[in-house]
Write a protein that binds this ligand. Sequence first.
Ligand code: GLU
Length: 429
Amino acid sequence: MAYSSTFEDALLRVQSFAKRADINAEITEALCHPKEMMSVSLPIRMDDGTKQYFSAYRCRYNNILGPTKGGIRFHPNVNSDEVQALALWMTIKCAVLDIPFGGAKGGITVNPKDLSPMELERLSRAYMRAMVNFISPHRDIPAPDVNTNALIMAWMLDEYESIKREHSPDVITGKPVELGGSLGRDDATGRGAYLCTLELIKVMGWSPNNLTVAIQGFGNGGYHIAQLLEKVGCKIVAVSDSQGGIYAEEGFHIDSLWQEKQRSRQVRAVYCDGSVCELINHHPITNAELLELDVDILIPAALEGVITKDNAHQIKAKAIVEIANGPILFEADDILASKGIKVIPDVLANAGGVTVSYFEWVQNRSGQHWSLDDVHQKLKDKMIDAFSQVWTLAEQKNYSLREAAYINALNRISTATSKLGTHHYFKQT
Ligand code: GLU
């Protein structure tokens, strides 16, 4: 199929895996229709006195397993098609991890780097004002995603609480710890992916020492997994951001790259001793070249749709860990499988974020504060458990890890949905 829509691509996967697992057709059909979609224009008074209009969306995809959950992204490419696909993936992701949430996603079509801090605050508050009846602690709980962070969650929480005139920290996750956020939420996505990667290394009989790793996208998730993998001996040989990438055979010192990225907003090949950073030997590479490097582990941690049928044949990595949502198109799945490449799918690999969001929501609802050790241990248990369920099913049935993850999720969603009655039940009565 030609790649026309992210949502259609996401649906094709669900339909194909559901068929393979013999999921009831009525339930598969239910999963092809987003429950609710809110689409608004946000008028914002800019600092220069002009008014600009920003398109914004929130999709609650499916809530059979619990209130809907998912982040809000600020990006120029946000549109309703993408938001629906992302909300469907959240539905699958929460079910893979067996956490009691449905799936949702939201976004604003904007490049936040073009806004002043005050314009960004006005836009974030306007989003929550527009969505205030769509969102609630029992209905739909947002969180950060691409280009959004704890500060933006704090503004949105403050707006919600001002309108509702009540304290309601459980309406949003990924907020600052001082406002009810959870310890361990900031690095949870990278840590969850790291835990899955370690499990894969174990079951494959590899050793982390000197495994080479390339990371496309050096944001929050990419940085944290890089730092954790570096600690267990992996060599991070390539890193990129939207401007391009860098490659060094001997590997980078991740905290130096991060320090420089915070300072210059660029990925630069430096080694820092304290605050003094020096350029090291490296080759500049493009994002496309990074994906095709001969490394052990490739980590796409930027945006969707970067591995397609056109470049899948050129991928040389032994394993791919999807930290981004949807970096591999459905059309590329079989090509990668035929090359024997193990793919830890996004709905498992990047689920650490929503898992700690769930912990945050539980803490808010029960008035507790868990220690960092507690959060780390609980996250580890959850990720290892989900990984091993997926791995076991994949081995038993000769499924890819993505198929096995989806089938575990579809079975959970299908069992819950069927408790309301199916065609089979009503036909008999
Ligand atoms: N935006 C993250 C994701 O795609 C986190 C969602 C959440 O914490 O609700 O999984």
